[in-house]
Ligand binder design. Sequence first.
Ligand code: URA
Ligand code: SF4
Length: 194
Amino acid sequence: MEGLAAHVRACRKCGLSAHRRNPVVGEGSLDATVMFIGEAPGFWEDVKGRPFVGAAGKLLDRLISSAGLSRSKVYIGNILKCRPPENRDPRPDEVEACAHYLDRQIEIIRPKIIVTLGRHSTNYILFKAGLSVEGISKLHGRVYEANVLGLPVVIMPTYHPAAALYNVKFQGELERDFDVLRSEVEKLSLKKEA
Ligand code: URA
Ligand code: SF4
């Protein structure tokens, strides 16, 4: 992971490198059972070089605790490592240039559960798993047993926490989805004990 981080810090493979203050590689446990995948750094992430440290990050921290997990035990990454100007959506050419770093992170961490936050990471991971991609409002909170990069993994798409900052309706949905996550985590630990 350190080697990969060095590559990301030096990366100039897409235009976003021109505007970034700090790339955000991702952080957390390399032994994580659960990996969260967001979209791209925002303002504060770009300033600090760490994922989910702004307002959406505070909400994500609360949700992570509600699922019986802690930030130090999970891994948090993004599809794009550099902030798009004005937090605009990732462009397909940027995803294409950057996502192999995320793939490599998945291969290093080998998570048992991948939680995709928002439609961009959901589309990317479901496509990778060969699953059909519907709207996030339909498939959030569902659990898919799938194969990503040759690894058996449970995928759970949910809303991006930033969505809940704009519309409280999404907060309740996110909380329910994280209850589903909690039971998936419990199932895994029961399996381990058995
Ligand atoms: N939103 C994201 O998708 N990722 C971050 O790291 C922060 C905000
Ligand atoms: Fe490189 Fe990704 Fe940053 Fe583009 S967004 S410069 S591909 S690290």
